[in-house]
Design a protein around this ligand. Sequence first.
Ligand code: AMP
Length: 297
Amino acid sequence: MRMASVFVWQNPTMAPETHGLSYNTVDHWEISRSSLKLLKKLGAGQFGEVFEGIWNDRTAVAVKTLKPGTMDPKDFLREAQIMKKLRHAKLIQLYAVCTTEEPIYIITELMSHGSLQEYLQNKGASLQMSDQIEMGAQVASGMAYLELQNYIHRDLAARNVLVGDNNVCKVADFGLARVIQTVALKWFPVKWTAPEAIHENKFTIKSDVWSFGILLYEIVTFGQMPYPTMTNFQVVQQLPKGYRMPCPLNCPKYLYDIMYECWKDSPADRPTFETLQWKLEEFFDMDLSSYDDANRY
Ligand code: AMP
């Protein structure tokens, strides 16, 4: 079969970006399972397994297999229609789906270093503060695009950001949290979720901003569990009383101030992702050596 990827050259020094695996999949994103070879298991998530795969013996892809019962295929297809339209350099590109039988396959671009959480935990020591801030700015940039599209992620966390070469970070799994059936939820990400989302099920872009503050904490602590000494129950009890995580060791004040803004009680008082992006980019552009101990908590 003819290789028919749609390549969009954004920058001549970068690898081409692939939008959809074939012309057939531009309108009909369904591809045949037999055109995929699953090569190596990359990991197992809550809802299934992820493999490195190859499509039509040529194109390297990531294949997420969803445990049967995780979601209603009809709901997923509806969500996938929206996900296909979301295209941004800092969002994982959906390439194709296999939904005619279970397990559902979700085929996306492959990221060489896997999840940001594992990356931070394994390679954290080699990262500079400027790298960490740049990673935060990249996630904010992907989220600012979702914000513009009036789209909510609902499960923003370092485990749902993927890392490629040169610390490139892309937001993954947007839209999936909405269609995952609650019965499949053995685990709810309490420590990442805004209070109004936990208590009143009010998920908005501002609850994503709260989660982004937690993600910044993960970045600066090299993938440490948020609220490390507290249980989920304690977190739920303490947040309405005004408790917030203290500034992590070696975290610049400027960065902690950004996190803290994300954790404002009133969703309307939290910054937009657009603001978060420029603040982080501005910080990244500054000479970090001027940040002496006086600027650290
Ligand atoms: P998940 O089910 O999304 O939590 O994925 C489980 C693991 O598979 C992640 O922690 C990553 O290490 C890996 N993974 C998921 N998606 C990709 C991808 N597109 N490229 C590379 N690795 C991935």
